[in-house]
Design a protein around this ligand. Structure first.
Ligand code: IMP
Length: 196
């Protein structure tokens, strides 16, 4: 029988990505299907802290097996910023262009352009907590390149590649991305736990 698992996100794109990787055996349900319509708190100072806070909140609220993800861009020369504040780096909202502008401004004249994207997935399964991490290392460009993707994609070139995430196809990006790695680790664990 399919086991139900709740993904604490309102992002339809993420839901489809995880559904495709997870495969049969699990029925992925959304916050809306469980009647959770309020904003999920994410007030922690770390990426793992936020992923865990979201998963714990949703678990306490619904009692369901559930998982949540959180991602940040960590830039070496900025001491790991914007990190956990990646979505709200320049403004309170998710203003991707303003975030990119501020990042490039803060890196003006800085030779060390090393950065990494890091995703943590926090899972609560049968009352136990587990976390899964995905990292992709790269560098920050001097100016935006490409129109695909979202967020900091136009200024992030993964190591070993000659183009930014915004210049890659979604498939090529997912194959190496922070989120892709974390989701596949999570999916492997879930497949190992399948009782069918
Ligand atoms: P979230 O935790 O997945 O919502 O990600 C937080 C923020 O990190 C987003 O608002 C984006 O600014 C940035 N971000 C996350 N994943 C990516 C990505 O794959 N490419 C570019 N930016 C990303």
């Amino acid at each position: 029988m399919e086991k139900e698992i709740l993904f604490a996100t309102n992002n339809a794109h993420k839901l489809e990505e995880v559904r495709a990787i997870l495969g049969d055996g699990y029925r992925l349900v959304t916050l809306r299907e469980k009647g959770v319509t309020e904003e999920i708190p994410e007030e922690q100072p770390t990426i793992e802290g936020n992923a865990l806070q979201k998963a714990r909140y949703v678990h306490a609220r619904t009692g369901a097996d559930c998982f949540a993800d959180d991602t940040g861009l960590e830039v070496a020369a900025l001491g790991g910023a914007p990190g956990v504040r990646s979505a709200r780096y320049a403004t309170d909202g998710h203003d991707f262009e303003a975030n990119v502008r501020l990042l490039l401004h803060n890196l003006e004249g800085v030779a060390d352009r090393r950065a990494r994207f890091r995703t943590v997935i926090a899972l609560i399964l049968d009352g136990e907590e587990h976390t899964f991490e995905g990292i992709v290392n790269g560098t920050i460009t001097e100016a935006p390149c490409g129109v695909g993707g979202f967020g900091y994609d136009p200024v992030f070139v993964p190591d070993g590649y000659g183009e930014s995430f915004a210049q890659m196809s979604a498939e090529a990006k997912n194959a190496i991305s922070h989120r892709g790695v974390a989701v596949r680790r999570f999916a492997e664990f879930m497949k190992g736990n399948r009782k069918d």
